[in-house]
Design a protein. Structure first.
Length: 73
């Protein structure tokens, strides 16, 4: 597992990577807040309300969750 944060253009990014795989169907459900459990649902709603976005990449036995929030000047 790895956790990192960094700046990418106008975004503050928090990235969490771990072993595992996720189907494209599950990925799409999580990104609209319909995932199992409350954690991802609450996170998705909060990120969207703050003007942010989430990305999920899965492949090669690794899954990466990325939360991106706009930087304020």
């Amino acid at each position: 597992m790895s956790i990192q944060s960094f700046r990418k253009d106008a975004w503050a990014v928090a990235e969490i990577a771990n072993t595992g795989d996720m189907s494209e169907e599950d990925r799409d459900r999580y990104l609209v807040g319909d995932g199992k459990g409350r954690g991802i649902h609450i996170t998705t709603r909060l990120v969207k309300r703050m003007g942010g976005k989430m990305e999920i990449e899965s492949g090669g036995g690794q899954i990466t969750f990325r939360v991106m929030l706009p930087l304020i000047k």
